[in-house]
Design a protein around this ligand. Structure first.
Ligand code: ATP
Length: 134
């Protein structure tokens, strides 16, 4: 039995993280799910939100903007549209994105514009939360 599992987070343009960890909590589309070492194979779609992992008694956060999680052979691979480690998040940029999304929500002319603005707001709020501000 393994005591840790490999966490890999990949986006279309970069490898965000590759680390041996003790536990992963991820924002599944059906709610948060947790993965411990030696988990059975599992596939889940991800929502926009924050993934966290535990290593050496510390918890770290990574923003993920949707995608998939694939668990197999004691490894969890996250394929995300965008992802940033908490320390790499530009908080000011997220704040501005939040303000733009709120302005778009206030004057959305149709359901599609409203839904897009909502998702943009969700990305901005999750980034701020991952970075420890709100
Ligand atoms: P913005 O309007 O500020 O671009 P967004 O939510 O539309 O925000 P995304 O489409 O999710 O941005 O991401 C585009 C690229 O920019 C991705 O590579 C993503 O990692 C990066 N990115 C977006 N916002 C931030 C941020 N606040 N800090 C660091 N990287 C960011």
């Amino acid at each position: 039995m393994e005591k840790s599992l490999q966490l890999e987070i990949v986006t279309p343009d970069k490898l965000v993280l590759s680390e041996s960890v003790d536990y992963v909590g991820a924002p599944g589309q059906l709610g948060e799910f947790g993965v411990l070492p030696n988990h059975i194979p599992f596939l889940s779609a991800l929502s926009v939100g924050n993934l966290y992992y535990k290593k050496d008694g510390k918890t770290k956060y990574v923003f993920v903007a949707g995608g998939f999680a694939d668990v197999s052979s004691n490894k969890i691979t996250i394929l995300a549209e965008a992802a940033e480690k908490a320390e790499d998040i530009d908080v000011e940029r997220a704040r501005k994105a939040k303000e733009r999304a709120e302005a778009r929500l206030a004057k959305a002319a149709d359901q599609i514009a409203y839904a897009r603005a909502q998702v943009a707001l969700q990305r901005a709020l999750s980034r701020m939360k991952a970075a420890g501000v709100s």
